[in-house]
Design a protein around this ligand. Structure first.
Ligand code: UDP
Ligand code: ZN
Length: 332
């Protein structure tokens, strides 16, 4: 894979032709029957994944969570000696800048149970999944500057190609524009006020209450004030840690409970809704300790962005966040 920078936006794009070779389990519009029989993530087919990077042992010498390299990665680990100089090195030719797509793309197989899902509950299982992501995020952020992004896809409309419950973690040697922007805004807020934007935001949402879905001691779930999609929900811990890698066990437990609450609520309210969530944290390097706050952004995929949205970059949301939050609150 190769990273190219758009000279007009300075945003990075990954060119990853090998991604086109990955098997799609989904026919349109339903999963191909029998996918369970061939699933590469089910127990007994461990040899079909590359060697394991991490495992949480399960009963009887088995496993309860496995982390393996993605066989069709968006970015690939560096092949040569891993020096600062080669990781993500830029090559410039006139207006055209590219970078070696050194990085890592891992799959977190969340459970041996092909049919389980977060919305079914099991806060301990979800906390263990978050713990696996945190463990790998700690390892990956040591590899140099850039971003580590754990995320989860659910449903064909959210880009899922395999049904077996899994998350993924991608680390890139560049900081994508959106993340640089989030970081800059939080830093400017800290410059202006001396505070942390995200912690102040949680406090303001809890005070107001209209967009709160649920709250626990160490985290809150709310629909953001300017939600970009119907039922967009953020889960934000109330202990300040810029990087997800530094999250405490207590915060992970509360975030896990809120994820179950929100995704379970969505399912009770609207059925098996496709969604993506991403765990957003500060870029690697320890910067942001005073102004950033890791959090989870859950984006249900109920509508398709069309011409105006793509052309303008401005989202059109047909469900006000106050209504979305009230409905989710009442779907316990
Ligand atoms: N995959 C894999 N080994 C396989 C088959 C698939 O590592 O034998 C990867 C595949 O590349 C994909 C991931 O498993 O990235 C499944 O991810 P998901 O369904 O969330 O969505 P995708 O990444 O395909 O958009
Ligand atoms: Zn399976």
């Amino acid at each position: 894979p190769e990273l190219r920078q758009d000279p007009c936006t300075r945003d990075w794009v990954v060119l990853a032709p090998q991604r086109g070779e990955r098997p799609l389990e989904w026919g349109e519009p339903v999963p191909v029957p029998g996918s369970r029989e061939t699933c590469p993530f089910c127990p007994g087919r461990e040899e079909r994944t590359p060697p394991e990077l991490w495992r949480r042992p399960g009963p009887d010498g088995g496993w309860s969570i496995r982390v393996v390299p993605n066989r069709y990665p968006v970015v690939t680990p560096p092949t040569g000696p891993a020096t600062e100089a080669v990781a993500g090195a830029r090559r410039v030719r006139g207006l055209f800048r590219r970078a070696v797509a050194d990085g890592s793309h891992e799959v977190v197989i969340e459970t041996p149970d092909h049919d389980w899902d977060i919305a079914d509950g099991g806060t301990d299982t979800v906390a263990a999944v978050l713990d696996a992501c945190r463990t790998r995020t700690r390892v990956l952020r040591e590899r140099g500057p850039g971003l580590v992004l754990p995320f989860r896809n659910h449903g064909a409309a959210a880009g899922t190609s395999l049904a077996h419950p899994h998350s993924q973690i991608v680390s890139t040697p560049v900081v994508p524009l959106r993340h640089r922007h989030l970081h800059d805004v939080a830093r400017a807020y800290h410059d202006d006020t001396g505070g942390c934007l995200y912690l102040d935001l949680v406090r303001a949402e809890l005070d107001d209450g209209a967009r709160v879905v649920a709250a626990r001691e160490r985290a809150a779930a709310f629909a953001p004030y300017a939600a970009r999609t119907p039922y967009e929900t953020w889960v934000v811990p109330t202990e300040r840690r810029a990087s997800f890698a530094d999250a405490s066990d207590e915060a992970l437990a509360d975030v896990a409970a809120l994820l179950v609450r929100v995704l379970g609520g969505l399912r009770r309210l609207l059925g098996d809704v496709p969604y993506n969530y991403a765990i957003v944290g500060a870029p690697n390097g320890g910067e942001g300790a005073r102004w950033f706050q890791w959090h989870v952004q859950i984006v249900p995929r109920l509508t398709i962005a069309a011409g105006f949205e793509l052309g303008s970059g401005m989202a059109v949301n047909i469900v006000p966040p106050e209504r979305a939050a009230a409905e989710l609150r009442n779907a316990p």
